[in-house]
Design a protein around this ligand. Structure first.
Ligand SMILES: *Cc1c(COP(=O)(O)O)cnc(C)c1O
Length: 486
């Protein structure tokens, strides 16, 4: 298994090289040269623990990792750092199934991949005999930043710099980042949105002057965003695990098709579901659920992608994104690996802010159903689920729930549908509390729901916040130099 850039054929790299580089030299994303196939009907395929399943699914993608190397990465990641012994439990609530991906150390699904990425990366460093220090440069819409800093905190041979939109994250998300420990971690708020941060980070990756400077200091960049293949591969695992739990609960028969509904921003989580489907997991529909920033809904319904539109700061901030990086990997699949076509679509996106698929390409998107949910519908969905089932969902999960309901009504489809639950309600208490007008929202959420307050939340008010760094987008590079040179 080798990886190549979505935009050119020349660069063939192994998994460990792709993980270290993050982004291909031509600005494209690394993609596997084939999608490994599994046979779910082989005996005992679905009788594995999360860790065993993780090995089985990830191994073919990480072909240059030895068995021992991969197993130790998995063991270091999926352990008691997760507060649920199943790691990713599936809960039946009414007629719905919620895949809870938020039992990791930072309470969002980003932990599923970011608890293993630092281990994959340090293993890759050893394998490739790289002596440089790795500098992780990351843009965040709120959850990646904390999860990545937590994962890389005090990891030898690494430094991490996180840029977040100063006015575009929840209070808890910001507090979590500003109380992060680890002298190798650095966090900067920007006066801009996630797309601005992601674009500037991608530009720094390609900045020759900056890369030369890093080289002279024995450092090199890598990424903890889902543009890194080391983020995507671990995310495939839990779709198989959800299916296994549906089997164990006797909700489906082996081979029965299911749907998954994924609250989507950068298109990473749902792309992992698509890879799972292509590997042989019986998923019929991939439901791509957006908030008010519905660039993907418009794309899947019209074939035209345009970021030339108003950017909304919403009550589901981790999905406030107009440039969904990982869509590039889907386009690579549906154009049959046509890198020339990809280069032209991506330069159109860069220069004009949009691109359009042709008819043949559109026809290959039938795996997907796309829809969106406005802010007030998010609040009413959270309320409705709680009133009906005494189950609390966070606003991102509400987006997936609402769009899944719309899908069922529209398509009259009877498949069991897994709603991907991406964050703990404690990360975004405002939405649940909106109607209660309580001052201490976390306390109100607890009193109303009796859901235990996670330790990482109750501790937040006692932790010392660090000095805040806020910069304009044009000042991001200077901040990188300042931190690295100190
Ligand atoms: C990051 C995030 C998303 C969006 O996931 P993508 O992989 O970027 O599509 C959804 N919900 C939450 C809570 C997140 O943190």
């Amino acid at each position: 298994m080798m990886y190549q850039s979505t935009r050119g054929n020349n660069e063939q790299v192994t998994a460990s090289q792709a993980i270290l580089k993050g982004l291909a030299s031509d600005g494209g994303l690394f993609v596997p040269d084939n999608i490994p196939q599994v046979n779910i009907k082989e005996p005992n395929f679905f009788s594995l623990s999360y860790r065993e399943l993780a090995y089985k699914i990830m191994q073919p993608f990480l072909a240059d990792f030895s068995e021992n190397e991969l197993i130790s990465c998995i063991e270091a990641a999926y352990n008691q750092k997760f507060t649920h012994k199943k790691i990713a439990p599936l809960k039946k609530v009414g007629k719905d199934y919620y895949l809870e991906l938020y039992h990791g150390p930072t309470l969002a699904f980003k932990d599923m991949a970011l608890s293993i990425l630092p281990h994959l990366m340090t293993t890759a460093l050893k394998k490739q005999k790289v002596n440089n220090e790795i500098v992780i440069l990351t843009a965040t819409s709120g959850d990646t930043g904390k999860a990545a800093m937590e994962g890389f905190s005090d990891v030898l041979g690494t430094k991490i710099i996180v840029f977040y939109p100063k006015n575009g994250v929840s209070d808890v998300q910001e507090k979590q980042m500003l109380t992060q420990r680890g002298s190798n971690t650095f966090v900067v708020g920007i006066n801009g949105n996630f797309d601005d941060a992601q674009k500037a980070v991608k530009e720094m990756f390609e900045d020759e002057e900056l890369n030369d400077w890093l080289k002279s200091k024995n450092k090199q960049f890598s990424s903890a965003n889902s543009i890194n293949i080391g983020r995507l591969v671990p995310q495939i695992v839990y779709y198989f695990y959800a299916y296994q739990q549906l089997l164990e609960m006797n909700e489906i028969k082996l081979g029965e098709k299911i749907n998954v509904s994924v609250p989507t921003g950068n298109f990473g989580n749902i792309l992992a579901a698509y890879y799972a489907k292509k590997m042989g997991l019986p998923i019929e529909y991939l439901i791509c659920a957006s908030n008010e920033n519905k660039v993907l809904t418009d794309f899947f319904t019209s074939g035209s992608y345009s970021r030339n539109r108003k950017f909304y700061v919403t009550n589901s901030p981790s999905m406030d994104i107009l440039v969904s990086s990982n869509l590039e990997r889907l386009l690579f699949q549906i154009t049959n690996n046509d890198t020339t076509r990809l280069s032209s679509l991506m330069s159109s996106l860069n220069e004009k802010g949009n691109y359009e698929l042709n008819h043949g390409e559109m026809e290959k998107l039938t795996d997907f159903y796309a829809g969106y949910t406005g802010e007030s519908e998010i609040v009413s969905t959270v309320k409705e689920v709680f009133n009906q089932s005494a189950y609390v969902i966070d606003p991102h999960t509400a987006v997936a729930k609402k769009v899944a309901d719309d899908f069922k009504h529209e398509k009259n489809n009877l498949n069991k549908t897994v709603i991907v639950s991406t964050a703990s309600p404690y990360k975004f208490p405002d939405v649940f509390i909106e109607s209660l007008e309580a001052k201490d929202k976390i306390k109100a959420l607890h009193e109303k729901s009796h859901l235990p307050i996670p330790k990482v939340i109750s501790e937040l008010n006692n932790l010392q916040a660090r000095e805040e760094h806020i910069v304009e987008i044009s000042g991001m590079k200077e901040k990188v130099l300042e931190f690295l040179d100190s």
